[in-house]
Structures are given as structure tokens and as C-alpha cells.
Design a protein around this ligand. Structure first.
Ligand SMILES: Nc1nc2c(c(=O)[nH]1)N[C@H]1C(S)=C(S)[C@@H](COP(=O)(O)O)O[C@H]1N2
Ligand SMILES: [Mo]
Length: 334
């Protein structure tokens, strides 16, 4: 097996972890690798899909009250709930897609505090009650596209980040928004063990330009499928930026800071040539190690139903966000 000193998202999911389990999975399927007369790359799809298939039922979270504005509903086929809550990336709890559902249950998500600070006139620290009181929740059915080239359609519940930012009144120096996940190695084993956490630098941090953060699509998400987020999806509050690769959607946020300089971001620090600050979904800009032209949609199908579909520019939200990037070279600013 290839020796990996510092894991990247693809090394971990597509190579090391996957390769370790391939034999087990094939055995469980009752087939030998040789019996599958399909190319190696297709094996990876089918087998990693199978791993995602082997998942616990969706947890029974607290039901939420929310509206369903027409504009944000969708006729797209949705990814089933147990796949949304059972096939996750949350490296603080392990690298396998099944690890977050298995290991994040112990994360203490209430009480929770989130601070909004930096270049703002009215810095605040809010608890969950404050958030729920101040911001009415809405359901938004969004496409979700991971940089690893799989995708889902998910009914998130949350409120626009722009409302929170308006409340704290950014100063004229605020140009970017920096987000930070909880840092608590006792609760998040991946933060103290590089074999569990993939050798990323923790806490996980992410960032947006202020205009991206203010876009109406950008959601602070507190629920999914009608209920409070389960820990594996980033409880109690995470970011959802549907036109960007999933790694921008930072989970379990404790800090939102308005800043004047472009903030560091976790995957960019880990592999700057592979993961950019922008991370806009783009079928024409390939990852150095794989194409982004198509994606594997995780729907209601079974093990052998591996549906590939074309990747959409800005993940299908070009009409709402392309103007943010007018004049920007998207290949250079990936
Ligand atoms: N703190 C933190 N946030 C994170 C991650 C992570 O490992 N840690 N993984 C990211 C990646 S790569 C993806 S694709 C999405 C997955 O979100 P989901 O599990 O709710 O589908 O979360 C993102 N947010
Ligand atoms: Mo991802």
C-alpha cells in the first residue's frame, strides 16, 4: 500500500481506507475481484457506495419548526435520510464515511456558544436559544457536491448567514468571514490522533469572501430532514454553501469572525495545490488527481445502482452566484 505521510481527502477515502477494506467488502458481496469484469475505477465507486450502504438508521432528532418558502423547494430526487446521516465526512471523528455516525454521538452540542467577533460594530456571543429566537428557520433543498465527486440532494433547515451578519453590523474593514469548528480533543478524537483525524491541522477552519457570505443562498444550518442536525452532520450549527465543494461547509461552528484579510482554510493548508480558497464547483477545472466533469449521485438506489451525472457549473446555482466572480479567472482561483 502507498505510504501516506499526510493524508488528503482523496488519499484517505479513495486510496488507503478504501484499499484496506476492499477485500472485506468483496467477500461480503460474495464476489472475487477478478469476477468483476469492469474497470478498476468503477470498482471503487461500487465498493465505496457499498460502504455507505452499510449504515445505521437515521437518528431521531428534535423536530424543528420551519417554513418552506417556495423558492427553496425542489423537485429533484432527494438523497434518503439515512444516507445523509450515515455517509459523512467529519474527520474529527474518523476518516471512513461511516465513522462520524458511529463516533460523533458523544459530542455535547447543548449547551453551545457561538461568538461573532472581529470587524463588527456589535460583537455577540449567542447560545442556541438566542439563535432559535432571533432567526426563523426555513427548509432549503440544496444540491451538495463533495470535492471527491459524489453528490447528494439534501433538505437542510436553517437561516441565511446574511441575517446574522446584518445583526452584528460589519465595519468597512470587514472583507472576509472566518469560521472555526469546536476544538476539544477529548470529545473529538481526530484532533489528537493523526491516524483518526488524517493529520489535518485542527481546529478545522473555513472562510468566505464577505459578498459570498451575504449571498442569499449561504445558509447557517441547524437541521436536516425536519429535525435538529445529528452530530455527524455538524450539530448544532454548520455552514452550507451549495455552489461550493462540501469542504467549505464547516461543521459544529463556535466562532464567526469578520476579518480584513483572506483567512486560512483547513484543506487549503493541507494541500494548497489541490484545494483552493474558492472551491467553486466547476466541471471544467479538474482536481490535480481526478476529473470533476461528472459526479456519483447518492440516491435511493442499491449497491449496483451507481448513477453518474454531469457536474454543473457552480453546482447548478450559476444564475444566483456567477456574478460574484465576474472577471475572476476560475482556473487560477480554484
Ligand atoms: N469540522 C469539519 N467540517 C467539515 C468536514 C470535517 O472533516 N470537519 N468535512 C467537510 C466535507 S469534506 C464535506 S463533503 C462536508 C460533509 O457534510 P455532511 O457529512 O453533512 O454531508 O462537511 C464538511 N465540513
Ligand atoms: Mo468533501
Amino acid at each position: 500500500m502507498k505510504k501516506v505521510t499526510r493524508f488528503t481527502e482523496a488519499d484517505v477515502t479513495a486510496e488507503s481506507v478504501f484499499m484496506m477494506k476492499r477485500r472485506q467488502v468483496l467477500k461480503a458481496l460474495g464476489i472475487s475481484a477478478a469476477a468483476l469484469s469492469i474497470p478498476q475505477t468503477t470498482h471503487a465507486d461500487i465498493l465505496s457506495w457499498f460502504k455507505g450502504n452499510d449504515r445505521p438508521p437515521a437518528p431521531s432528532g428534535k423536530p424543528l419548526q420551519f417554513s418552506q418558502p417556495e423558492q427553496w423547494q425542489s423537485k429533484l430526487a432527494m438523497t434518503p435520510e439515512d444516507k445523509v446521516t450515515g455517509y459523512n465526512n467529519f474527520y474529527e471523528f474518523g476518516l471512513d464515511k461511516a465513522d462520524p455516525a458511529a463516533n460523533a454521538g458523544s459530542l455535547k452540542t447543548d449547551p453551545w456558544k457561538i461568538t461573532i467577533s472581529g470587524e463588527v460594530a456589535k460583537p455577540q456571543t449567542l447560545d442556541l436559544d438566542d439563535l432559535y429566537k432571533k432567526f426563523p428557520l426555513e427548509q432549503r433543498i440544496y444540491r451538495m457536491r463533495c470535492v471527491e465527486a459524489w453528490s447528494m440532494v439534501v433538505p437542510w433547515i436553517g437561516f441565511p448567514l446574511s441575517k446574522l451578519l446584518a445583526m452584528v453590523e460589519p465595519t468597512s474593514k470587514a472583507k472576509y468571514v472566518a469560521f472555526e469548528t469546536l476544538y476539544d480533543p477529548e470529545q473529538m478524537p481526530g484532533q489528537k490522533d493523526r491516524f483518526i483525524g488524517g493529520g489535518l491541522k485542527y481546529p478545522y477552519v473555513e472562510g468566505l469572501r464577505l459578498d459570498e457570505a451575504m449571498n442569499p443562498l449561504t445558509l447557517l444550518t441547524v437541521g436536516v430532514y425536519g429535525k435538529a442536525l445529528p452530530p455527524q452532520n455538524g450539530a448544532p450549527i454548520r455552514l452550507t454553501v451549495p455552489w461550493k465543494y462540501g469542504f467549505k461547509g464547516i461543521k459544529s461552528i463556535v466562532s464567526i469572525k469578520l476579518v480584513s484579510e483572506l483567512p486560512p482554510t483547513t484543506w487549503n493548508m493541507a494541500a494548497p495545490n489541490e484545494y483552493g480558497f474558492y472551491a467553486n464547483v466547476n466541471p471544467n477545472v479538474e482536481h490535480p488527481r481526478w476529473s470533476q466533469a461528472s459526479e456519483r449521485f447518492i440516491g435511493s438506489g442499491g449497491v449496483l445502482d451507481v448513477k453518474r451525472q454531469p457536474t454543473l457549473l457552480f453546482n447548478g446555482y450559476a444564475d444566483q452566484v456567477a456574478s460574484l466572480y465576474r472577471g475572476l479567472n476560475l482556473k487560477e482561483n480554484f
